[in-house]
Ligand binder design. Structure first.
Ligand SMILES: Cc1cc2nc3c(=O)[nH]c(=O)nc-3n(C[C@H](O)[C@H](O)[C@H](O)COP(=O)(O)OP(=O)(O)OC[C@H]3O[C@@H](n4cnc5c(N)ncnc54)[C@H](O)[C@@H]3O)c2cc1C
Length: 497
């Protein structure tokens, strides 16, 4: 249940077997506004009917601000409203998962699933796939601003990678996207729409809001949902696979009695399984920006965050990049700065801060409390300070001199560390990349085992961004596609527990 990035992959792959009947339930509509298909207009989707449009709890480390927290609510889920960047984490990220106990989730283990999900032409076939549903396109339409930005990165002597999804996952490089013939390709476009008419064993129910799991005798037997105003129930003869995302999956587990026992009891929910890790370990990428005004528009109209970026280490001793640099060909955040300008955004790619998803009510229709805890660990502040320094250097290069006018944010007067810290506290926002809230693990905080089975309950798996032990140092969608691919393979290989 949940037809987002992972849910579309799982439903599509499982229904390849004609002997298996798959029902895919999605709270959102089967389709959305035209802007979903137009790459440059994705920010206009935020806050509309295709967004759950959550708001975070006030962020203690961000001057008490609450943050907008978008999540896709439509077939394709968040892949239908996201920025379409297709980027894997560094191999060391997955090897770290495996070393911490997620056996079978290291880079070499996941590589076949990354490859299976994609169609990336002209790349090194040891690392990249062809023939998969997600068509991955590179920098085909480089505009003058990006060209200058690329020269800026080279001017600073940053290493350049020919393929950040290939052998060399560090440095500056052109970023691939899920854009086909000028249109977004969501997971639904790639995995579901092309097969729906000729897979009689696959049923997609849009507008079906799941209210909870049906569990008895330690076994998950189905789900309860509301469709057209009526409460219904569907029985699963085999598995229920929860793919409601890093907010939706822990929420549905908790309202169904699976989670931290004390919290559940406080809301009057009968405890089915005491799993203290449900909703804990929430991680997200905190993002900050250096914004410069330009004499004319830097935007070329195709996409908001253009096809260029960098993955960098603040310290050589790290095993993987901890800063991600993005270029935006318009200021974008905050909305108050003049339209003509650009932003060099930085994210703490491997955040140390941890947050929570907790219940606000036992009523599944009431949104959970989302506290990403951004910048509550000071190590993330240090990484962002280093990142801002890099972003300023990039904006100050000769290559970008023709584009760079005034520094609008943080502003030329904000120089010393304490003022920059203040700037971070006032301006950092969520990268909209929540993960980790039903993480793989066999310790007391683990929610699913290495085959994604919920601990203590049979016939129930979770497969989505929530199972990541920790957040990868890249935009997460490519990793979630691989999680979906591997989940389907595990279910097909081993069947029901
Ligand atoms: C604005 C924005 C921009 C982003 N840009 C990028 C990017 O450029 N590149 C990138 O890699 N990542 C990006 N991301 C993040 C990425 O898209 C997500 O990490 C990924 O889509 C998560 O996939 P998922 O399967 O875990 O969850 P989702 O795709 O969110 O899927 C969950 C699905 O479950 C459904 N659901 C939830 N609860 C219920 C319920 N009770 N009943 C029925 N259905 C339910 C939801 O409606 C949704 O369809 C972005 C995210 C946002 C919000």
């Amino acid at each position: 249940m949940g037809a987002g990035t992972a849910g579309c992959v799982v439903a599509s792959r499982l229904s390849e077997d004609p002997d298996v009947r798959v029902v895919l339930l999605e709270a959102g509509a089967a389709d959305g506004p035209e802007a979903m298909s137009v790459p440059s207009t994705w920010p206009t989707l935020l806050g509309t009917s295709v967004d759950w449009a959550y708001t975070s709890e006030p962020q203690t480390a961000l001057t008490g601000r609450d943050l907008t927290y978008p999540r896709g609510r439509v077939l394709g889920g968040t892949s239908s409203i996201n920025g379409m960047v297709h980027l894997r984490g560094h191999r060391a990220n997955y090897d770290g998962w495996s070393a911490a106990g997620a056996t079978g989730w290291g880079y070499e283990d996941l590589l076949p699933y990354f490859c299976r999900s994609e169609h990336a032409v002209g790349r090194d076939e040891r690392y990249r796939g062809t023939g998969g549903p997600m068509i991955v396109t590179g920098a085909e339409d480089v505009q003058p601003f990006e060209s200058a930005a690329f020269d800026a990165l080279a001017e600073l002597g940053l290493p350049v990678s020919d393929d950040l999804n290939g052998a060399d996952q560090e440095g500056a490089g052109w970023i691939e996207q899920n854009i086909v013939d000028g249109h977004r390709q969501s997971a639904a476009d790639a995995y579901i729409r092309p097969i729906l008419a000729h897979r009689p064993n696959l049923t997609v129910m849009a507008g079906a809001l799941v209210r909870g799991l049906v569990i008895s005798g330690g076994r998950c037997r189905g789900v309860e949902y509301v469709l057209d105003g009526a409460r219904r129930r569907i029985e699963a003869t085999r598995d229920v696979v929860l793919c409601a995302g890093a907010i939706g999956s822990p929420h549905l587990l908790m309202v169904s009695g699976i989670g931290p026992a004390d919290d559940l009891r406080r809301h009057g929910i009968d405890v089915v399984a005491d799993l203290p890790g449900v909703g804990r370990n929430l991680q997200d990428h905190p993002m900050a920006r250096v914004i410069r005004s330009t004499a004319g528009p830097a935007a070329s109209g195709m996409a908001v965050h253009r096809l260029l970026g960098a993955l960098l280490r603040t310290t050589r001793s790290l095993d993987a990049p901890d800063v991600q640099i993005f270029f935006f060909d318009r200021p974008f955040y905050p909305a108050t700065v003049p339209v003509d300008g650009y932003a060099v955004a930085v994210a703490a790619a491997r955040p140390h801060s941890r947050g929570t998803v907790t219940l606000a009510s036992a009523d599944p229709a009431v949104a959970p409390r989302i506290d990403p805890g951004l910048l509550t660990d000071d190590r993330d502040v240090a990484v962002l300070l280093a990142g801002l320094r890099m972003a300023r250097e990039i904006a100050g290069t000769r290559a970008l001199a023709g584009w760079s006018e005034e520094e609008l944010r943080p502003g030329p007067d904000i120089e010393d560390q304490s003022r920059l810290r203040e700037y971070l506290r006032e301006s950092v926002h969520s990268g909209a990349h929540p993960a980790g809230t039903c993480r793989i693990g066999d310790d007391d905080q683990g929610v699913v085992d290495t085959e994604l089975r919920v601990r203590g309950i049979t016939h129930l798996r979770v497969a989505d961004a929530s199972v990541m032990p920790d957040l990868v140092g890249a935009n997460p969608n490519a990793t979630v596609l691989a999680i979906g691919e591997r989940a389907a393979a595990l279910i097909r290989e081993h069947g029901a527990p």
